[in-house]
Design a protein around this ligand. Structure first.
Ligand code: SAM
Length: 321
């Protein structure tokens, strides 16, 4: 955490003149008062949630199909999935729609959410972003030692906010770790998890959430936040997380959607979470296997700390001191 890793950025790359950012957002000085911290974080939140229409094409044009998606589009996609996954569906005498577990109109709504947000740097709602700021501030105020990490960053918005929180509250001895394949979600094996494999197929409509590492670095740089405190872990979690040179963590945010992505992240990172630190699980309420991975891990390690609901989908818990 306190050490500088070769994975960390040394300095922001020079910005092209056309993408200069307002002076107020660059060269940020530590803030003395809550009011200034709040104003700064509001500005950063506007940046990660606002339409980033002047971002390079590579950072936003990753969708395989133009939205908005309708229920009929999803019915057609499910029919296609019936054919593609027939070897696994037929013995079960089930359809792809059955196994997906959600009716087509709600699948369309989920895809549209990702599509609609396609010009944002995060798909998280205000409630989820409030939760990140609040828990990050708690560990800073209470001096819980360790870095922050998000596993599954997509376009990096939440990790940009985490880095901004360090500035806002003068926590200059912590790093923010940015872990993603930058190739989208891994393809689940239908023989192991048919539901996730079908969801992966449906997510093809939004390019399986593929993002781009250089665009994420640029998104940090545009607000003066790409520095040696930002450490990238590009690659599959199973390869990057177990050997990541992270000493201690104070805040872990899991947002990798699948069972295996959640399981690997918990196994690799929870032992490094300081007592008093938090784990946020974005996807606990999804129909994928995330909740199963969390429940299994908590049962295996006799973790009794209560799960706190953030919204219909996300939860967090605090590691006991
Ligand atoms: C739902 S998106 C994350 C959304 C993001 N946190 C935000 O604020 O909008 C899920 C991300 O997890 C990544 N991901 C999922 N499983 C992964 C794995 N096993 N290894 C690496 N990246 C993974 C995907 O590439 C994708 O960018």
């Amino acid at each position: 955490m306190q050490s500088t890793s070769p994975l960390c950025s040394d300095r922001p790359p020079a910005l092209p003149a056309s993408r200069e950012i307002p002076a107020a957002m660059s060269g940020f000085e530590p803030l003395a008062h809550d009011e200034r911290a709040t104003a700064y974080l509001t500005m950063i939140r506007r940046y990660i949630c606002g339409p980033a229409s002047d971002l390079p094409e590579s950072s936003t044009a990753t969708h395989a199909q133009a939205g908005p998606f309708t229920a009929d589009d999803c019915i057609a996609r499910l029919a296609e999935a019936d054919r593609r996954f027939a070897p696994w569906l037929q013995p079960l005498q089930r359809s792809a729609a059955d196994v997906a577990g959600i009716e087509p109109a709600r699948i369309a709504a989920a895809l549209n959410h990702m599509h609609h947000e396609s010009h944002r740097l995060t798909m998280c709602s205000d409630v989820l972003l409030d939760n990140v700021v609040s828990l990050a501030r708690t560990v800073i105020d209470e001096r819980v030692p360790g870095d922050f990490i998000e596993t599954g960053v997509w376009r990096g918005g939440v990790t940009i906010l985490m880095r901004a929180v360090l500035n806002a509250f003068g926590a200059h001895d912590r790093n923010v770790w940015v872990a993603d394949s930058f190739e989208g979600l891994p393809e689940p094996d239908p023989a192991v998890d048919l539901r996730e494999a079908i969801w992966h197929d449906l997510m093809g409509a939004v390019s399986g959430l593929r993002s781009d590492l250089s665009a994420v670095r640029e998104a940090f740089a545009r607000v003066g936040l790409l520095d040696r405190r930002v450490c990238f872990l590009p690659g599959w979690f199973a390869d990057t997380l177990p050997r990541a040179p992270i000493d201690r963590l104070a805040l872990i945010r899991l947002d990798g959607d699948w069972y295996e992505s959640t399981r690997v992240a918990l196994e690799s990172l929870y032992p490094r979470l300081s007592p008093g630190g938090f784990v946020i699980v974005d996807d606990y309420g999804l129909p994928t296997g995330c909740a199963r991975a969390v429940d299994e891990y908590r049962a295996l390690h006799a973790i009794a700390a209560p799960l706190v609901q953030v919204d219909r989908q996300a939860v967090y818990w605090r590691k006991p001191c």
